[in-house]
Design a protein around this ligand. Structure first.
Ligand code: NAP
Ligand code: GDP
Length: 346
């Protein structure tokens, strides 16, 4: 890829004549979107992670617009005239959901990304921040993962559909920038968890899946079954920490190339440690079993947050602190227990 660094002046926003500038969040009802909404609504107005006086935030759901359809996307963008876009909407799922529907994960994400970027270009959005994932990285690669390694080999086979669609966002961002000067960029979060997650057992990521399973095991007096060997390692990021980092990227980050949003490289946790922390947080006293007939997926994918840390320091945001894993896990368990009976994604 080419063209790094500072960008030329951004195109004029369709909304620039009005006093309020709209920040449109696609996928505003999901795990990350609801965390962003929480942070925007709970941090003081005008503070680094709060709403700025001139901003109006709009959180989109798939019910208002199916972003796979470019005409629906055009209409919703014409309705809100966004100045900036945080593009979170995606077909998202855990290892087992990805393995069972590679084509759907590829096509839905390709269509959504194409609609959002093309219409953002057409209506003159001044900045788009889209979301990749660490599974975009090659399977065979030297660790730690850094931003320059995305395209140097094929991704892990377990989620190749999703990974290729996500990789293409980076290619699209560079193409829009090279040809038209658009300021379209992306971030790469590691595994996210938090309140409002998808706790539905067949499609959930590991933390919400295990919280749900541990709750069922406690309720039914059965074993708590963890899939795989428990040995794989992951870096987890709390959704509300990630939301703050998104706000920093929206306001301070100038590159087209992506930036990894992650805890430090040495903060990897095994799936077994995750299961044990959930057992502790839920007060589960029954047996824990590992079903090794189920896939482990990638063994590890440690990512470096050096670029993030360096740039945050340079922009005067060095005081940012990640929430300790067990505190964030407790928040997620509490949210699950409070919402289990009332129709959360379970
Ligand atoms: P999520 O909880 O599953 O939420 C997905 C969001 O996308 C929802 O708001 C959903 O709207 C919306 N959406 C799905 N299909 C849509 C469509 N056809 N048209 C319009 N909107 C649609 O996902 P998430 O975990 O918040 O993920 C947010 C972003 O982070 C995604 O880009 C994902 O790839 C990335 N990411 C996630 C993780 C993770 O561990 N969760 C890790 C790395 C990166 P409705 O709810 O209204 O249907
Ligand atoms: P990944 O990081 O993209 O692989 O996605 P996941 O969040 O689905 O994490 C998968 C890892 O957690 C693999 O090592 C699985 O074997 C392990 N795992 C253990 N139990 C579960 C479970 O109940 N659901 C999911 N999704 N993964 C589990």
């Amino acid at each position: 890829m080419t063209s790094k660094g500072q960008l030329p002046p951004t195109p004029t926003s369709a909304n620039s004549a009005t006093s309020k500038k709209v920040v449109l969040v696609t996928g505003g009802t999901g795990l990350v979107g609801s965390a962003l909404r929480y942070v925007i609504e709970n941090e003081p107005v005008g503070s680094p992670y709060g709403r700025q006086d001139h901003e109006e935030w709009v959180f989109l759901s798939s019910k208002e617009c199916d972003l796979r359809d470019i005409e629906q996307t055009r209409k919703v963008f014409q309705k809100y005239s966004p100045d900036k876009v945080i593009h979170l909407a995606a077909k998202v799922g855990g290892l087992f959901a990805n393995m069972s529907s590679q084509h759907t994960f590829l096509r839905d994400n390709l269509l959504m990304n194409d609609s959002v970027l093309q219409i953002s270009h057409e209506v003159g959005v001044s900045k788009v921040v889209s979301c990749l994932s660490t599974c975009v990285f090659p399977d065979k690669v030297t660790y730690p993962l850094t931003e320059d390694k995305i395209h140097i080999g094929p991704p892990h086979s377990s989620n190749f559909g999703y990974s290729h669609a996500k990789r293409l966002i980076d290619v699209q961002n560079h193409a829009y920038h090279d040809q038209f000067g658009n300021q379209f960029t992306s971030v790469i979060p590691t595994n996210v968890f938090g309140p409002g997650d998808n706790y539905e057992l067949h499609t959930a990521h590991v933390i919400p899946g295990l919280i749900h399973k541990c709750h069922m095991a406690k309720k039914n007096n059965t074993a708590f079954v963890v899939f795989g060997s428990g040995r794989p390692l992951r870096q987890f990021i709390y959704s509300r920490d990630l939301a703050k980092l998104f706000l920093w990227v929206l306001r301070e980050y100038k590159d087209i190339d992506p930036v990894i949003l992650s805890v430090a490289e040495h903060d990897e946790v095994t799936i077994k440690e995750v299961a044990e922390a959930i057992v502790e947080a839920m007060g589960f006293t029954g047996p824990v079993e590992y079903d090794t007939s189920k896939a482990d997926g990638q063994y590890r994918k440690p990512a470096s947050n050096d670029k993030l840390t360096r740039l945050m320091k340079e922009s005067g945001s060095a005081d940012f602190e990640f929430t300790p894993f067990k505190t964030a896990l407790k928040d997620s368990v509490d949210w699950f227990l409070a919402n289990y009976e009332n129709g959360a994604r379970i």
